[in-house]
Design a protein around this ligand. Structure first.
Ligand SMILES: [Zn+2]
Length: 303
């Protein structure tokens, strides 16, 4: 009798321990899967070059970087809706419509909630003086930023500002450069370094030669990153020296097919673009993983 009791007790503890092990494993599995932080590169919906990225934090907050042209707005709306329906932080690199066109449509024509918008802009008069051919869109973009709906959410960061969105840190390495008036619009690109626990991502927007030099002078040590967004859609953007300093393992190319191939109808590498030069630089740096927007939307883990 006594022996039977002991055996029953033993059985009870064995089952209890078994249940506990399963419960703890399930808890860790669930937690682990929630902790994935993901980065998505969006592909162009029209023929034009564009740039758009989404970062989803481990707690489900959504960060958007640029977003693409007006023609890319439907894709971006879908992506935002699939990821909770609101944007916790929106970083806009510069005032060009291939980057912020979709943003203007979402602000002006939808009810999507945006919590904070980080952008670095000059006065309209600056754009009118140095980039008059684009002034109409710039004016529309600046008016959008000043609209009642969002004006209180707009932040113009300073250099080295740090913003935290859950487990993702955004450090501002570069803001507008009004003194650079050659290739003016692109050279105003905000440069942002995103870091999670063990990965870093450098966003360059359409950074050009002069701001590359400035970054190398002022932010040299901070430039090193695991993942690099190739500037200006893969051609005539940042310098080789800057890319070498970043020394990435993974490159993201916001590049449509015709631009990747430098083909505007006459065959591979017959167009006026310098994509093949940049591709060669990245190959020389032994980067093994390249994600190109022409191949469709791609999501990678940032952990
Ligand atoms: Zn661009």
């Amino acid at each position: 009798m006594e022996q039977k009791k002991i055996n029953n007790k033993k059985r009870f503890y064995v089952v209890l321990i078994f249940i506990l092990i399963i419960a703890i494993s399930l808890f860790y599995f669930q937690n682990y899967s929630q902790k994935n932080t993901t980065l998505t590169q969006l592909s162009p919906q029209g023929d034009r070059q564009m740039m758009g990225y989404l970062i989803k934090t481990h707690q489900g907050k959504l960060i958007v970087i640029d977003g693409g042209t007006i023609d890319d707005k439907d894709q971006l709306i879908d992506q935002i809706n699939q990821n909770g329906g609101k944007v916790d932080a929106w970083f806009l690199t510069h005032a060009h419509d291939d980057h912020v066109g979709a943003f203007t449509q979402i602000v002006n024509n939808t009810d999507i909630l945006i919590n904070k918008i980080y952008v670095s802009t000059n006065e309209l008069s600056w754009y009118k003086q140095y980039e008059p051919q684009r002034a109409d869109f710039t004016e529309y973009f600046l008016e959008t930023l000043e609209s009642e709906k969002i004006k209180d959410k707009v932040v113009q960061p300073n250099i080295n500002d740090i913003f935290k969105i859950d487990n993702v840190q955004a450090e501002i390495l570069g803001i507008k450069n009004p003194e650079i008036t050659e290739n003016p619009g692109n050279e105003q690109s905000m440069v942002i370094k995103f870091t999670t626990n063990n990965k870093s991502l450098l966003i360059l927007g359409d950074t050009g030669e002069k701001s590359s030099e400035k970054l190398l002078k002022t932010q040299k040590e901070k430039l090193k990153s695991d993942i690099l967004q190739i500037a200006h859609h893969g051609q005539q953007g940042a310098t080789k020296e800057l890319y070498k300093q970043v020394n990435p393992k993974i490159c993201l190319w916001p590049t449509p097919e015709w631009l990747w191939n430098n083909d505007i109808g006459q065959g591979e590498n017959t167009g006026p673009y310098k994509t093949f030069e940049t591709r060669e630089w990245i190959k020389e740096m032994n980067v093994k993983e390249n994600y190109i927007a022409k191949d469709g939307n791609i999501t990678i883990n940032l952990f």
